[in-house]
Design a protein around this ligand. Structure first.
Ligand SMILES: [Fe+2]
Length: 137
């Protein structure tokens, strides 16, 4: 069972970014499935961590690129929030590396669920009108 299901209510009004959010949610659901299936060993989780970190960087990079192009007024605040996420996730990863366990995968899945849903519905949604007005849909 998935921990998150993307629905239209999570749309930020930009197709490319919605698509990236859907891909991120799919990775998070696979992380949760590792916990559910008790597959917490590094051989199982390491490639997924890499995918999650790389895809989040790619996605933040896309948003931050548009912040620059369209001179988005709160680009610095929004970028700071992305960087706080990176720091938080690195902390989780360090804890996992030191002691892999189902509990830490559960904790990470819950954090990811809460963080991304909140971020999409609040921080990201703040750019919808601005991006749409600049022709980014
Ligand atoms: Fe964002």
């Amino acid at each position: 069972m998935a921990i998150i299901n993307w629905t239209e209510e999570y749309s930020v009004g930009v197709k490319e970014l919605d698509h990236q959010h859907q891909n991120l949610i799919a990775i998070i659901n696979r992380m949760y499935a590792l916990y559910k299936d008790n597959k917490f060993a590094k051989t199982e989780a390491e490639p997924l961590f890499k995918e999650l970190f790389d895809y989040a960087d790619y996605h933040f990079g896309t948003e931050e690129h548009y912040f620059q192009i369209y001179n988005y007024p709160t680009k610095d605040e929004h970028t700071d929030i992305h960087n706080q996420y990176r720091t938080k996730m690195q902390g989780f990863k360090d804890r996992y590396d030191a002691a892999p366990s189902p509990e830490i995968l559960f904790e990470i899945s819950n954090f990811l669920n809460e963080w991304w849903i909140w971020h999409i519905n609040n921080t990201d949604r703040e750019y919808t009108k601005y991006f749409n007005a600049n022709g980014l849909v």
